[in-house]
Ligand binder design. Structure first.
Ligand code: ADP
Ligand code: ASP
Ligand code: MG
Length: 436
């Protein structure tokens, strides 16, 4: 069994949906994970925002224009009036639900129900389309098997025990369709795996059912060696290790959800990144092995805040760093980068929800300085091959740019730099021209 995930652009129009089957090959058993059609989740976020600010008129207008887009899709997707009517009913149901929130108390629970509608719509419409063209398939409700615990961690065992029996029950069916992104939380409410979470769904399902392979079909031919939105002439990378891919995804390579590599890595399931627009392209294969002696790729993560704690008295006293880390632990805020000196320690966070509280507590240890609007630039490659002088080449390439922090040696495949976000484009381009 393979798991194939198609992202927003891959299901972004009726024409795109009609082409999917060329890639899917329904002669073999497959679970197909679909995202919402491109743009839908952003619109749903806006609708939720409008309700949260009690702007019901704005919510109604956003709902109405999104509904019109879906009505147009239904007209193009179906040729048989019977299936067109079924699809129209589906649309009326989901948009009726969206409009219905105008009459209720609106909280984050309702907001998450709104966010779930995109994947529910795309999968249901695609399932009806498969019926129209006579391809047998089963629609699997992700809310029945995808679950996160109290710490928002997905539960792979829950997938195994709840999904595998359904697959076994339909031994004669090859094609299963399900929603990416959405899940239930520890309270049984509708929730999600964070933006871009359909990749995570695919990898979690792969882990849960011990799939032979997970394929992430998107709008580009694999993981490139730099951010193609910012740098010209980027190239796809043929092979990455799970560690390298995880690092790139976490530090900003948008092609993969930050957590999506881990389930596949744990259960040793190869992941392929492939291009729906160019299905013959080789893409990227992510496995346990990696090409040696190479710098692979560069990624950038914005929205980083650097915190420096200066304390001549006790920095190197044992137990000091523990107490610093405990502050972040108490506020459930994870640290991305850390550097130390004799008199100070600098670290970075991306979640500033509790920044004021954290600052106040750190203030007990010494002087605290906070720098906002920074970007982590992450260079991934085989730094163990130090004979190549890669670290020196990285620093040489950006010698004209002020660097706030450097982290090197944490693993042998990563070097991270912290720079002001306004310098990001320059840094990415300089590194690209000097390293590749
Ligand atoms: P999908 O909707 O299929 O999940 P995404 O938009 O989430 O697609 O991810 C694909 C996009 O990621 C590409 O179009 C590309 O612009 C962007 N991207 C950012 N960094 C990289 C990278 N290093 N390699 C490939 N794509 C990248
Ligand atoms: N539709 C969701 C999003 O836009 C999940 C995904 O596309 O992966 O974030
Ligand atoms: Mg994505």
């Amino acid at each position: 069994m393979k798991v194939l995930k198609f992202g927003g652009t891959s299901v972004g129009s009726a024409a795109r949906m009609q082409k999917l089957l060329d890639i899917i090959n329904p002669n073999e058993r497959r679970i197909v994970v679909l995202s919402a059609m491109s743009g839908t989740t952003n619109s749903l976020v806006e609708i939720g925002q409008a309700y949260l600010t009690s702007d019901k008129a704005k919510a109604a207008s956003l709902i109405s224009s999104l509904k019109q887009q879906y009505e147009a899709v239904v007209k193009q997707l179906f040729s048989n009036p019977e299936y067109q009517a079924q699809a129209k009913e589906v649309i009326d149901h989901h948009f009726g639900l969206l409009s219905g929130f105008a009459n209720d108390l609106f909280t984050s629970i309702e907001d998450k129900i709104i966010l779930a509608q995109g994947e529910l719509l795309s999968t249901t419409l695609y399932h009806i389309y498969l019926k129209e063209i006579g391809v047998p398939s089963v629609l699997l409700p992700a809310l029945d098997f995808m679950r996160i615990d109290e710490d928002n961690e997905p539960i792979v065992d829950h997938i195994t025990t709840h999904l595998q029996p359904i697959l076994d029950k339909h031994a004669d069916v090859n094609l299963f369709i399900t929603q990416g992104f959405i899940c239930r939380n520890a309270f049984g409410e509708i929730d999600n795996l964070r933006r871009g979470g359909s990749d995570y769904t695919a990898s979690l399902i792969g882990a849960g059912i011990h799939a032979e392979e997970v394929q992430i079909w998107t709008d580009i031919d694999g993981m490139h060696n730099n951010d193609p939105r910012i740098v010209n002439n980027t190239k796809p990378i043929a092979q990455l290790s799970f560690d390298e891919a995880a690092e790139l995804a976490y530090f900003g390579a948008k092609i993969l959800h930050p957590q999506s590599v881990f389930p596949a890595q744990k259960y040793k399931i190869p992941v392929r990144l492939l291009n729906t627009m160019d299905p013959q392209a080789a893409g990227t294969l992510i496995t346990n092995t990696s090409e040696k002696d190479k710098i692979k790729s560069i990624a950038a993560k914005d929205g980083i805040t650097a915190i420096k704690i200066q304390s001549s008295r006790m920095l190197l006293a044992h137990g000091f760093l523990r107490r610093v880390f405990e502050v972040f632990e108490r506020y459930r805020t994870s640290i991305d980068m850390i550097t130390t000196s004799e008199v100070a320690v600098s670290l970075t966070i991306d979640d500033t929800t509790y920044l004021d509280e954290i600052n106040k507590e750190l203030g007990k240890f010494g002087t605290v300085d906070v720098d906002i609007n920074h970007t982590i630039i992450c260079v991934v490659g085989d730094f163990a091959a130090e004979k190549n002088g890669y670290a020196a080449r990285v620093l040489d390439a950006i010698k004209h740019v002020p660097v706030r922090m450097i982290s090197y040696g944490g693993s042998d495949h990563n070097l991270s730099l912290l720079v002001k976000t306004e310098q990001k484009t320059e840094v990415l381009r300089s590194l690209h021209s000097r390293l590749f």
